[in-house]
Structures are given as C-alpha cells and as structure tokens.
Design a binder for this molecule. Structure first.
Ligand code: SAM
Ligand code: SF4
Length: 325
C-alpha cells in the first residue's frame, strides 16, 4: 500500500491508452483535433502491461482504461485480458464514447472488463452531431443496447451537463436510465484549454430541475473514493449520480494516479505538472520505476484550485483528450 503526503491511499490508476479519438466533443477537442503523439512516443501494449504490473506492486489495485477513445487502440482486448489476469488487480473498467461498442461489447466482457462507463450528452440525434461534431448517435445507442443485452452491468452513462444545451434533457436522461436500468451520472463541465465556450450549470441547479418531477434521497456512499454523490430516485429502484468537480471538490478522498499514452504520469487532472517516465517504462526498468513512482506520488497536490469563480478564465490548459478524464 502506498500513501501520499496527505495520507491518501493511492490504489487507482487511470490509463489513457491512446490520444486518438473518433469524435470531436466541443468540451474536449478542437474541430481540427489535437497534435497527436508520434508512433515512437506511444507506449506499446507490453509497456502498458509492464507499467500496470509494476504499479500493482506498490499498491495499485484498480485500473480504468480511457483515452482518447480506448476502443480505437489496436489489441485493446489483449491488454485487458492481460491486466485482468494480474494477481494484484482487483478491478478493471473502461470509459468509452460508445461509437464502437456494438461490435466490441462481447469481447470486452470476455476479456475481463467488469464495468464500463459510456459518455453520452444528449438523447437527440441532431444535438449529438452538434456536441460531438460527428453524426454517430445511432452507433452509440446501438452500443448501449448491446451492452445491456449481454449483461455488462452496472452500466454507467456519463453526461456532461451544459446549460442551454442539455439542461432541459435532465429528466429525459433519468427516465431513459429508469427504462433501461442504466446508472445516469451528470458531470459538471470543466473548463479546459481546448473546451469550447460552453455554459456551466451546477449540480445544485441540476438537482432542482430533477426535483420538479422526482424526489431524491441521498444515498450513503458505498465507495468513499468515488467522486459521484448518488441519490435514490423515489418510487423507483434507480439511482442518479452527480460528479461536481467545480462546486464540491472531492480532492480529500482522491486515490488516483493517471498515465498518458506516452508515459507521462499525472497526479492531478488539473495540475500542469507531469512526470515523463516513458524511458523507464520502455526499458522495463522496474526498480527505477518503483522509486520514481513512489516519489511522484509524494508530490500529489493536496487539492486543485479550479472553481466556478474563475472558470471563465480557463486556467487549466491540460488536454483532456490526452489525460482521459
Ligand atoms: N473518449 C472516451 C469518452 O468520451 O468516454 C474517454 C475519454 S474522455 C476524455 C473521458 C471523460 O471525460 C468523458 O466522460 C468525457 O465526457 C469527459 N470530459 C471530457 N472533457 C470534459 C470537460 N471539459 N468537462 C467535463 N467532462 C469532460
Ligand atoms: Fe473523444 Fe471522449 Fe474527448 Fe469526446 S470526450 S472528444 S469522445 S476523448
């Protein structure tokens, strides 16, 4: 087990397996895409596996694969099955935009993925085209149906909440969740350097909208490290979640470490600091890596300073599509 300087147990690693994506979400990437890492810079599947194995030796037990779009990465299923078979890894999950999910859901399940999160910000085709700049709404809906059909459960749908874009779909999303047994989670929009100018809406405002139809009862958290605050929807068996990095910081329970597809370690999503460990990872230099990781974890900041008060100034210049959320 490894703890940082604030006594937080660091046991969760989020891996961005590629910086490429098949969508261009307004809040994440510019229309023209981002400058991609070169082929030489990208960690191979074996390098990623080596990194995970090494991290598991200092206490990492939980892995999430993200991107870019992780289902674009060649040999992703092989990577998943290899990670899933590591003795110290208790949980492996994936975050996807769902575009390629229909044809990969079964393989994901077979290779050992326990849970997936699907990002979807609207239930309307024309609005999907607007927010993602790609006309692929039907693919995502078919991907969700397939995942439900084969029993990938629990299925979480992450919705980035944006005022004047989807705030009037909040109730529709919750109804969609009730009908299809999905766990809907609303995420407060975070202003990154590549984000288009979109309007922020807070968790509080979203709850007020929902309460015009449903009563919500706060659920005790089953996972203290989860950033999501969950509420039971009265009269149903369903739960809705809110992730509110802007209005309710969850830094004091943060157990995360992130690695980008070129081997840079980030100890905080919002920090401009990163530690390039790609040489050690590519050389499979385990002792050096363990030493370095241990000292990097000790530098994890206590908290981030992004807030709704300065959100207009886009203080965080990190590229979300490279870090993976
Ligand atoms: N491509 C995959 C996807 O979209 O699910 C994985 C990578 S994406 C960067 C991970 C998550 O970050 C998604 O749920 C996405 O909605 C969220 N995200 C990206 N930019 C964001 C922003 N500016 N504010 C809030 N969430 C954001
Ligand atoms: Fe791609 Fe995900 Fe970013 Fe959308 S949020 S552009 S799907 S990486």
């Amino acid at each position: 087990m490894i703890t940082d300087n604030f006594n937080r147990k660091i046991n969760y690693l989020r891996i961005s397996v590629t910086d490429k994506c098949n969508l261009r979400c307004l809040y994440c990437m510019p229309e023209t895409g981002v400058k991609l890492f070169s082929h030489n810079e990208i960690l191979s599947i074996e390098d990623i596996l080596f990194f995970v194995k090494t991290a598991s030796e200092i206490g990492v037990e939980k892995i999430r694969l993200t991107g870019g779009e992780p289902l674009i990465r060649k040999n992703i299923f092989h990577l998943i099955s290899q990670i899933a078979s590591l003795p110290k890894i208790k949980d492996i999950s994936l975050t996807t935009n769902g575009v390629l999910l229909k044809d990969s859901a079964q393989q994901l399940l077979d290779s050992g993925i326990k849970r997936i999160n699907i990002s979807l910000d609207t239930l309307k085709r024309d609005k999907f085209l607007f927010i993602t700049r790609r006309d692929l709404f039907d693919n995502v809906i078919e991907g969700i149906s397939e995942a439900v059909k084969i029993g990938l459960n629990p299925l979480k749908i992450n919705v980035v909440a944006i005022k004047n874009f989807n705030h009037n779909e909040v109730i529709d999303f919750v109804d969609f969740g009730i009908q299809n047994n999905l766990f809907i989670r609303f995420i407060e929009f975070m202003p990154f350097g590549n984000s288009h100018d979109l309007r922020f809406i807070s968790k509080r405002e979203l709850i007020d909208i929902l309460q015009s139809k449903y009563s919500l009862i706060e659920e005790p958290s089953s996972d203290l490290n989860s950033p999501s605050k969950n509420y039971k929807i009265s009269g149903t068996e369903n739960v809705v979640g809110f992730i509110s990095p802007m209005t309710e910081h969850f830094c004091k329970n943060c157990n995360r470490l992130r690695v980008t597809s070129n081997g840079e370690i980030k100890t905080c999503l919002f920090s401009d600091k990163s530690y390039n460990l790609s040489d050690a990872i590519k050389k499979h230099d385990k002792d050096y890596l363990i030493n370095k990781l241990t000292s990097v974890i000790k530098e994890k900041p206590e908290k981030h300073f992004l807030s709704i008060n300065d959100y207009k100034f886009k203080k965080c210049q990190n590229e979300m599509s490279k870090i993976g959320g």
